[in-house]
Design a protein around this ligand. Sequence first.
Ligand SMILES: [Zn+2]
Length: 261
Amino acid sequence: MKIFDTHAHYDDDRFDEDREELLIKLKKNGVQHFVNVASSVESIDSTLKLVTEHPESYAALGIHPSDIKGINEKIMEYIKEKILSFDRCVAVGEIGLDYYWGEEAERADQKKWFIRQLELAREVKLPVIIHSRDAAEDTFNIMKDNHAEEIGGVVHCFSYSKEMAKEYVKMGFFIGIGGVVTFKNAKKVVEVVKEIPLESIVLETDCPYLTPSPYRGERNSSVYLPYVAEKIAEIKGISADEVYDVTYKNALKLYRLKEDA
Ligand SMILES: [Zn+2]
C-alpha cells in the first residue's frame, strides 16, 4: 500500500512537539510522500525548511485568501524566486477565495490576488492548489476567465455540488477528498465521490485540520488517510487497494512527478 498525501501543513505549530517522530511513523504507515502547503508569507519559509529536511516531501508555495492582508508585488517576486530556485516545489498554493472567514470588503482583494497567483503559476509552469469556501461561483468564473484549464491543479477539500465537481473534472482538475467524506453530515461530498471518476480523485488530509471520524476533533495526520480511502472504496463499491493505487498515480500526475522506482 502506497499513500500520497497531496495536502498537509506539517510546519504547523501543533506538530512542534513530535514532528520528527510523526514523519518517521508516516513512512512506516505507507505514506510515501506528502506535499506541505504554504498559506502565508511566514509559512513559505517554514515549508521550505521542512521540505529541505525531508526528501520524501514536496512544497507548494502561495498565499491563502485569508492571509492576503499586506501582500504586494514584492512578495509575489519573492515567492517566484523561491519556486524557481527550489527543485521540489511542485505547485502554487494554496490560493483562492474564502468568503466564510473573509470580510465582505476584503473580497475584491481576495479576487485580485487569486488572479495574480494564477498568473504566477502560469509564469513558473506549475499546477495550482485551489482553496475555495462559500465562493463557488466567483471561484469558478475566475478560473474560467483566466483559462485555468491550461494551468491545471486540484480543488482541495472540495465542498461544492456534484455538478460543480464535474465542471472542474472537465477542466482537467483533480478533486481533493479528505476527512470530511467520513463525517455523518457529508452527504454532498459522498455524492461528489460517487459521481466523478476515481481517476480524478486525490487523497489529502489538510492536517492538522479535518480529522476523519472516528477521530474527528483530534489533531489530524496522514496516518489517518486509510479512513478516507476506505470510505471512498465503500462509496464506489471497489477495494481500498484500488483506491490507494489509483489515487497514488493521480497524485503523481497532478504534481507532474515521475513514478517511484
Ligand atoms: Zn490547507
